[in-house]
Design a protein around this ligand. Structure first.
Ligand SMILES: Nc1nc2c(c(=O)[nH]1)N[C@H]1C(S)=C(S)[C@@H](COP(=O)(O)O)O[C@H]1N2
Ligand SMILES: [Mo]
Length: 392
């Protein structure tokens, strides 16, 4: 069986994690979704420079050898694109028409962004760090070429878990994921984690760049009116991995498995409904549970009656936040974590569809399968049913 990273747009590449095939807590690098706004720049480590300037006492340019000589830190974090799930919205929202797979979970290694910033001694009025990538291009509503850039509030920039990362799951970053160095902002939407990073400017004001003023914003109700807010933290969300949507299953015990994440929070619990959200049962969290990281979960569904069923999953964060029933239109094509039915059919009169061992045995199987996937050749699916979504 060939495994694909399904392509949503070719040029630039926007491709999904093949969620239905994933069995491991971490997403193997070749299957980790790719979200590019512009052509991928080719930046060799030897030629890479990181300029640090702006509201600092000691501006500086870093070279690769200097960066990797600093003390390392490793963080596990789930990364989701703020537009993940956009193709499920009605009416259609413009932008890349993502299915459910613009999300992945990896082990990121690098040096804390704070280690680099501190050495330039930011001034006391520092408010945000402008983080710029080496990639550039234009958008339909912004014809002048621009770099990909985001402003990161100072407190998050100085948090020890915010990394200038150069390894992903123990391997050097690939070009698609931002080689040689990218930002990792754990718990926040993927757009904050600037790839191919080459410039940090300490600002004493809020950055108003395209990718956080024109795009990646939502509207919020505020005192009877509305205001525009920038997207940063990921809210709580869950997704069924298996069975896939529209699968035919047999009567008996069927295992429903999935993932759930809650940004900076840990996941407190996941519930599953087999009747479209009418009644809920608790799923079991399996494997590691940590802040920033998705949790794997499963539910053993005993079913005898053939027919159509609407599976739904719903996660709750450690802070008690849970997923909304419907998509708030003020969110436009972003922040899509509403409860979405996952149809399956029970057909025939077989017995249990899958045998079931204990959690440890199951995790061993997952680890084994992940190992196998890591050695499989990657086939990119070259036919896309979707059109290029422009800059969203
Ligand atoms: N320089 C640069 N950084 C970027 C982007 C980009 O287009 N250019 N895309 C962002 C978005 S929207 C997401 S969701 C993540 C995706 O990271 P990945 O491609 O490694 O999955 O990278 C972010 N960082
Ligand atoms: Mo994104």
């Amino acid at each position: 069986m060939a495994i694909h990273r399904p392509i949503v747009t070719h040029d630039p590449e926007n491709s999904e994690t093949p969620l239905g095939e994933m069995r491991s807590w971490v997403t193997p690098n070749v299957f980790f979704f790719v979200r590019n706004h512009f052509d991928e720049p080719d930046v060799a480590a030897s030629a890479w420079r990181l300029q640090v300037h702006g509201q600092v006492r000691a501006p500086r340019v870093w070279m690769w050898e200097e960066l990797v000589a600093l003390p390392e830190r490793t963080v596990f974090a789930t990364m989701e694109c703020a537009g993940n799930g956009r193709s499920f919205l009605h009416p259609i929202e413009p932008g890349v028409q993502w299915g459910a797979g613009a999300v992945g979970h990896a082990e990121w290694t690098g040096v804390p962004l704070a280690s680099v910033l501190e050495r330039s001694r930011p001034l006391s009025d520092a408010l945000e760090i402008l983080c710029e990538g080496a990639d550039s291009g234009s958008e339909p509503d912004h014809p002048q070429p621009m770099r990909f850039a985001r402003g990161l509030p100072l407190a998050k920039a100085m948090h020890p878990d915010t990394l200038l990362a150069f390894r992903m799951n123990g391997e050097p970053l690939t070009r698609s994921h931002g080689a040689p160095v990218r930002l990792i902002v754990p718990g926040w939407y993927g757009v904050c984690s600037v790839k191919w990073i080459t410039r940090l400017e300490v600002l004493d004001e809020t950055f108003q760049g395209y990718f956080q003023s024109n795009k990646y914003t939502i509207r919020r109700r505020d005192n009877g009116g509305q205001r525009t807010v920038r997207l940063m933290r990921m809210p709580v969300k869950s997704q069924i991995l298996r069975p896939g949507p529209n699968t035919d299953l047999e009567p008996g015990v069927n295992r429903i498995s999935g993932i759930a994440w809650a940004g900076e929070e840990a996941v407190a619990g996941v519930e599953v409904s087999v009747d479209g959200g009418g009644t809920w049962q608790r799923a079991a969290l399996v494997g590691p549970q940590a802040p920033y990281s998705w949790a794997l979960w499963e539910y053993l569904w005993e079913v005898s009656r053939p027919g159509e069923y609407a599976l739904v999953c719903r996660a709750t964060s450690a802070a008690g936040e849970t997923q909304p029933t419907e998509h708030d239109p003020l969110r436009g094509g972003y922040m899509i974590n509403f409860l979405r039915p996952h149809p399956v059919r029970i057909v025939g009169a077989g017995k249990a569809a899958e045998s079931w061992g204990d959690a440890t045995a199951h995790l061993n199987v997952m680890a084994h399968q992940a190992e196998e996937f890591a050695h499989k050749r990657l086939d990119l699916e070259m036919d896309s049913e979707f059109t290029d979504g422009g800059g969203i």
